[in-house]
Design a protein. Structure first.
Length: 393
């Protein structure tokens, strides 16, 4: 549990989560007391190649971290898809002073939906190994007759262990009901191959260059590093221009990083409790060891990749996504190379789903002296981080 500037996040790992909804006047604009307000947050995660452009990685590698009641597509083949972008945990919150029914549909251009809750209509429902190669690919998810209940019962499904998924419920949003399933939000997740609004690369001098794509104005960027538990970060506002950032020499606290990111999220439209819930949901992943760039995805880029339709139309909609770019450092490549030679599983597991681009970079730097030995190293690496079902059936 962390007590921070903006909220106190309370996670009950067992039983039912029960909390009080704030009065409607606290969460619905006074200018439209009967209006519907929709807020959404999510993450676009990518891995930068040596030239700064996204490279393929394997988002599904590693243990399954979502509760087993989450619904999922059917995978053909190995059960995972190499992709350039992981669309991680978008959640849609609803604020209303009165009960109402709404329909929601999201299209995912150059991507597919892989997990969701509550029950929804999803296409495609079965994913083959080459689905992301289609130039006309557009996955969809639709919820019909969602019952938004601002004074509804706040009992939601949980399993007998803690999970970061539950943290997203710690907001003032109204409960929603779809069929016989109740939740605090609409949740979905996916993978895709689409152009991102920002590229980042490590220069020879160790500094990080951040370059917005043409016609994209990125307002806020953060460079973050966790090296052996020591945290540093710096923030900047490129406003559509390229910039060069250096990791500060002085260490920072995790609380300072949390506060800076929450302030950034609030600045771009989230409520304070939403921002706190987003950072708390992702603190184990966002702030794990490594070097990465965070940025606020321009709203136009979100709407282009993920067109959102809500009917009847809301009074207002806020969509705030954090872009996360993983940077592969020379130290990471060296560490993985040594782990492969020595059959050391710990470093391999540490980099998990980002192992594929690290190994590709290693392969490009050091030619394997013996192809049989190299193939053995690769087999060892990917068998170590093979996708796991996490106990779900």
């Amino acid at each position: 549990m962390r007590h921070r500037v903006f909220s106190v996040v309370i996670l009950l790992a067992c039983g039912l989560v029960v909390s009080a909804v704030a009065p409607p006047s606290a969460v619905v604009p006074a200018t439209d007391p009967d209006g519907l307000v929709v807020h959404e947050w999510g993450t676009f995660t990518s891995v930068a190649g040596s030239d700064g452009t996204p490279v393929e990685w394997v988002p599904q590698i590693g243990p399954r971290e979502l509760p087993c009641f989450i619904e999922r597509v059917t995978f053909d083949g190995k059960g995972w898809l190499p992709a350039t972008v992981r669309m991680e945990t978008p959640v849609l919150y609803f604020y209303s002073s009165v009960d109402r029914d709404v329909d929601v549909r999201v299209r995912f251009r150059q991507g597919v939906i892989t997990e969701w809750y509550p029950r929804a209509e999803v296409t495609p429902r079965a994913l083959g190994p080459y689905v992301l190669k289609s130039p006309i690919l557009e996955g969809t998810i639709a919820w019909k007759q969602i019952k938004v209940q601002p004074r509804g019962e706040e009992t939601y499904p949980v399993e007998g262990h803690s999970n970061h998924y539950y943290t997203a419920r710690e907001t003032d949003a109204a409960p929603v009901v779809v069929g016989n399933q109740r939740e605090k939000f609409l949740f979905y997740r996916g993978v895709g191959n689409f152009a991102l609004p920002v590229a980042a690369r490590i220069a020879d001098d160790g500094r990080v260059g951040v370059t917005p794509a043409s016609n994209q104005s990125v307002a806020d960027v953060m460079l973050f590093e966790n090296r052996n538990g020591t945290v540093t970060f710096t923030a900047a506002q490129p406003n559509g221009h390229a910039l060069t950032m250096s990791v500060p020499a002085a260490a920072s606290s995790r609380e300072a990083v949390y506060a800076a990111l929450e302030a950034m999220l609030i600045k771009h439209g989230l409520y304070a409790r939403e921002a706190a819930a987003m950072v708390e949901t992702w603190h184990d992943s966002w702030f794990e060891e490594g070097l990465r760039v965070f940025y606020i995805v321009p709203r136009a880029a979100i709407d282009d990749v993920l067109p959102l339709d809500v009917s009847p139309a809301p009074a207002s909609v806020a969509r705030v996504f954090v872009g996360r770019i993983e940077l592969i450092t020379p130290a990471m490549v060296e560490e993985v190379g040594a782990a492969l030679r020595n059959r050391d599983r710990a470093p391999i597991l540490k980099y998990g789903r980002f192992l594929r681009p690290i190994v590709a970079r290693l392969n490009g730097i050091t030619a394997p002296p013996d192809s049989a030995e190299w193939n053995g190293q690769m087999q060892f690496a990917f068998s170590t981080v093979a996708p796991s079902a996490g106990g779900c059936r």
